[in-house]
Design a protein around this ligand. Sequence first.
Ligand SMILES: CCCCCCCCCCCC(=O)SCCNC(=O)CCNC(=O)[C@H](O)C(C)(C)COP(=O)(O)OP(=O)(O)OC[C@H]1O[C@@H](n2cnc3c(N)ncnc32)[C@H](O)[C@@H]1OP(=O)(O)O
Length: 224
Amino acid sequence: MTVDAKPVAELPDPRDFGLSVVPEGEIPAELASLVDEVRSLVDTVAHTKAGSRELAAAREAVAAANDRLKGDRHDIGTMVQQVWPDGRVEYGTLTNVVSGPTNAAAPPLRMETAPEGGLRGEVVLNGTYQGPPGLVHGGWLAALLDQALGSAAGAEGMPGLTANLDVNYRNPTPLNAPLEITARVSGTERRKVFVSGEVRHNGQVTAEGTALMVRMNLPGDGGA
Ligand SMILES: CCCCCCCCCCCC(=O)SCCNC(=O)CCNC(=O)[C@H](O)C(C)(C)COP(=O)(O)OP(=O)(O)OC[C@H]1O[C@@H](n2cnc3c(N)ncnc32)[C@H](O)[C@@H]1OP(=O)(O)O
């Protein structure tokens, strides 16, 4: 594998592709708090043993809240701009199912620059991410890795789409426990960006992945 593609200096601004962008700092604190509450609600509902009366009352309350919030919506494809303490700018979809800040279905995963290079993040997956008893669903581990690997490519100025993802599950991954996700770029070849990463619990690798990201065609690329 050769390393022959220079990272682009600037990330493409999604507005150049006709997409709306919401700066993360402009997301109302009340919305962030609501998302947290809904995330907790999903977990509560998934595990509740409440009786019929309580369930019916809760359903009414949730339906009322749902009705109250229907109306003006962000378009599908709306992006969020996140600026990290180290100044790194990242664009992602507002409702990304792994990292979207307004998506209650997202854990959410947030990746920061790692001292050893690449990115690292921490996440706890509750019982709504269950596959085998007490363990994280393998598809979700793949999703976490896919997102982390894509972010690692983006952090090097090479945002792209996943063309191929390989995951090896080395050890069971527990629910409701802190997980560390790491990811880095291992090489480039024309528009191909090779990335690798791991999920760890208590320092032990539970899943590891490699992916091929194909860098987006950017203005001035000349198609290479
Ligand atoms: C601003 C917003 C930011 C937004 C940033 C968003 C980051 C999100 C991160 C989350 C990741 C995702 O979920 S992504 C969603 C899941 N993935 C997708 O939906 C992608 C679907 N697939 C595609 O759209 C396409 O196949 C692409 C874009 C991957 C590639 O198409 P293309 O652009 O036409 O490129 P193409 O010429 O075919 O390939 C380029 C090079 O890659 C190689 N190649 C292509 N596919 C493969 C493959 N599967 N396995 C091996 N090699 C492959 C080719 O041989 C070629 O090598 P050579 O000739 O140079 O040697």
